[in-house]
Design a protein around this ligand. Structure first.
Ligand code: UPG
Length: 447
């Protein structure tokens, strides 16, 4: 069962597809709300056609996806308190048919370890954010101690096992006043991980090796980084030329010339800032493909706009892997980040909230495959970045003659190779997935 949000459902489904393709004898039931079953696209639904992945639903007992951003703490509370009972009813029904061998659940479903332990069903927890963020939450007491007793080096966090030195400003979303309602839930979710039987990550080991080594030392159970949990299997399987207008438009653009602009599936910058970003991208003269979620600020009916196109939604990984795409204006959600790295496309980073801020730091400072578009995150109230500044930034970022840009593209291409090796036969994620299946079959519940 995934957490009910696009950024969580997608990687959970991609993990299920990888499991199913490698081990077709596993029967998977994917549990979502009735609303999400309707929202899940035809691609995911097609996965169910294989008979190995099927859907089960719980009633819409949580606020609708269409309004959840308006009261996020309220949404988190509903997920925490209202989903367990209907999930257990689904489980009861499934168990009438076949014993459930393992539950794979998003780490943010904090009641799941209790359900599994009470029923004697092993739980594998899937964390859809980075290992850095997981580790910051796991060792949050250390962070608190340093903040309460500031001394030399207080500006840099270098005491969390495996975490590269990180300016405290990049962890602001977790310590600012704005996090007051959400942070305790996140910390409780992480503390309950000690009660599950296995921990899965949606990124590959090579992405954050020191952090994964530290986590493997920390936990008595197996920790498997098995990503990138992105739809690369679908990309490889589908070699038909897809008759979609935006792909045809991309086909007509020069190599690595297009900036792809998307800010994820959930939050947005302010209306005024969004207008400046869109105007700046348009004025830059750089060809662009822009995803507008139809909130009225941009328009997105698949129309041509000056040098580019705006669409309401696209097949993002296919777009990023298209030859003509040379840059990605992103909010740094982890799925988008993993997809960009898999595609070898450098990122222009505009993080909006939460884990996206440390993700931006990793992209820019650690992996060196991106630049900051936004001045450092200060939690709202910061100065507007004007359209002229955006246009200038975009032009410089997409200038293929610029030495720094060339370096970034080379580095992105190297990381792309690392990701592809991880999922190839015998790669770290491929082996991790096999070990996980062995765990499910042998050490977990005897069926
Ligand atoms: O036109 C589009 C736009 C997006 N996507 C997909 O939508 C997903 C977006 O995921 P992500 O980039 O992670 O963004 P969010 O939806 O914002 O993800 C939430 O979940 C992530 C994983 O937990 C966190 O890292 C983010 O901060 C959180 O906002 C990805 O799979 C994209 O491929 C499309 O397929 N087409």
């Amino acid at each position: 069962m995934p957490y009910p949000g696009r950024g969580h459902i997608n990687p959970m489904m991609n993990l299920c597809r990888s499991l199913s393709s490698k081990h077709p004898n596993i029967l998977i039931t994917f549990v979502v709300t009735e609303e999400w079953l309707a929202l899940i696209g035809p691609d995911h639904k097609a996965a169910a056609d294989s008979d190995k992945i099927r859907f089960a639903t719980v009633p819409n007992v949580i606020p609708s996806e269409l309004v959840r951003a308006k009261d996020f703490p309220g949404f988190v509370k509903a997920v925490t308190t209202k989903l367990q009972a209907p999930f257990e009813m689904v489980l009861d029904e499934l168990e009438l048919e076949l014993p459930v061998n393992t539950i794979i659940a998003d780490t943010y479903l904090l009641w799941m370890s209790e359900v599994g332990n009470r029923r004697g069903i092993p739980v594998a927890s899937l964390w859809t954010m980075s290992a850095s963020v997981f580790s910051v939450f796991l060792h949050f007491d250390l962070l608190r101690q340093h903040l309460e007793n500031p001394g030399v080096g207080e500006e840099t966090v270098d005491y969390i096992p495996g975490l590269p030195p990180t300016p405290i400003s990049d962890l602001q979303p977790f310590i600012s006043e704005a996090s007051r309602q959400i942070l305790p839930v996140a910390l409780e979710c992480i503390s309950l991980v000690s009660r599950v039987q296995c921990l899965l990550f949606t990124s590959p080991y090579e992405f954050e090796p020191n952090l994964f080594d530290a986590l493997k030392r920390h936990f008595a159970f197996s920790v498997y980084p098995i990503g990138p949990s992105i739809p690369y299997l679908k990309l490889q399987a589908d070699d038909t030329i897809i008759n979609v207008q935006y792909l045809q438009w991309l086909d007509a653009q020069p190599k690595a010339s297009v900036l792809y602009v998307s800010m994820g599936s959930f939050l947005s910058a302010s209306k005024q800032q969004t207008e400046e970003i869109v105007a700046g991208v348009k004025n830059s003269g750089v060809p662009f493909l822009l995803v507008s979620r139809g909130d009225g600020t941009i328009g997105g009916g698949g129309e041509r706009r000056g040098e580019g196109m705006a669409v309401p939604w696209c097949d993002q990984l296919r777009v990023l892997c298209h030859d003509s795409v040379g840059g990605f204006w992103t909010h740094c959600g982890l799925n988008s980040t993993l997809e960009a790295v898999f595609a070898g496309v450098p990122m222009l980073c505009w993080p909006l909230a939460w884990d996206q801020i440390p993700n931006c730091k990793s992209i820019v400072d650690d992996w060196k495959v991106g630049r900051r578009a936004r001045k450092r995150w200060v939690g709202g109230g910061e100065e507007l970045v004007t359209r002229d500044e955006v246009a200038d930034m975009v032009r410089r970022f997409m200038d293929s003659e610029n030495g720094e840009v060339k370096g970034m593209r080379e580095r992105a291409s190297e990381l792309r190779g690392v990701f592809r090796a991880a999922v190839a036969d015998g790669g770290s994620s491929d082996v991790g997935l096999d070990c996980f299946v062995k765990d499910i079959s042998n050490q977990f519940r005897a069926s």
